[in-house]
Design a protein around this ligand. Structure first.
Ligand code: GRG
Length: 252
């Protein structure tokens, strides 16, 4: 099965996980959050990490869905009036704008719970995968609080953005049956890629805290460090290499 087939499997599994009907507004809000055109970066990272340790991407489908569900919850809550107060995301009304603030809070909560249910259904190493997801969930909140109330850019990027990348890769590594040393290599890859991704996001949004040439140099160094971390992994690392190259220089 190639990469697009595997992402189609993730989409189908997400649909199944989100197929609840009652209360209708809750599930509509959750589906709006998950099926509104996200790039699926974290699930791709998770599946490709299972392959990089010599495992099977199929075993990483539930973890891949789990990390996308957690990511979706963070976006729903980040858009709320009490946080970023955003009215649109991906060219569509945000969940709170379309379904109300109360439903958006609850839809985010429910997406997070569903993420843990999905992680627990991993056919291999479910306990480690659930723990990894929990660490990322705490990490992203630490990053968000620092973003709202502090000013440590390194801390914010490390936790608000890179923690979910690190968890996606580690979860894929565990699902693929990787050793702890191999999972460490995946974490190093994902940390550097996550930081590069955030710097690229700043350029796309035009709000980089550094001059553009400084940011470009950082992205280049971080991408090189990410690729370097893959050396020695026992499986096919091409999907992770391709992902890194695509994310750097992307348009959205
Ligand atoms: C509310 C706990 C909590 C956390 C919010 C996700 C987040 C933290 C804030 C959103 C704003 C932001 C710039 C986050 C950094 C990570 C990032 C660039 C998220 C967007 O990820 P993409 O580009 O989104 O993968 P798509 O739309 O493709 O799913």
């Amino acid at each position: 099965m190639d990469g697009s087939d595997m992402i189609a499997r993730v989409e189908a599994t997400l649909s199944e996980l989100l197929s609840g009907t009652r209360p209708q507004s809750l599930f509509q809000a959750m589906r709006h959050a998950v099926f509104a055109g996200g790039k699926r970066v974290r699930p791709r990272l998770c599946l490709a990490s299972a392959i990089a340790v010599g495992g099977n991407a199929e075993d990483a489908i539930f973890p891949a869905c789990a990390i996308e569900l957690l990511h979706s919850y963070t976006l729903v809550h980040d858009d709320l009036p009490s946080m970023d107060n955003d009215e649109t995301r991906r060219g569509l009304p945000t969940v709170w704008r379309k379904f109300g603030e109360d439903t958006a809070i609850l839809a985010g909560d429910a997406l997070q719970s569903l993420a843990f249910q999905s992680a627990a259904r991993s056919p291999r190493n479910a306990g480690a995968i659930v723990a990894e997801l929990g660490a990322a969930g705490l990490g992203v909140v630490r990053g968000q609080v620092e973003d709202i109330h502090g000013d440590d850019t390194d801390f914010i990027y490390r936790h608000k953005t890179a923690d979910l990348f690190v968890a996606a890769a580690a979860m894929g590594g565990y699902a693929g049956g990787g050793s702890s040393g191999q999972v460490e290599c995946l974490r190093r890859y994902a940390l550097n890629l996550g930081l590069a991704f955030q710097h690229e996001d700043d350029i796309i949004d035009g709000d980089s805290p550094f001059a553009e040439d400084v940011t470009r140099a950082k992205i280049s160094d971080l991408t090189a460090a990410a690729l370097d971390a893959l050396v020695g992994l026992p499986g096919d690392t091409l999907p992770l290499e391709t992902l890194a190259k695509r994310l750097v220089g992307r348009k959205r």
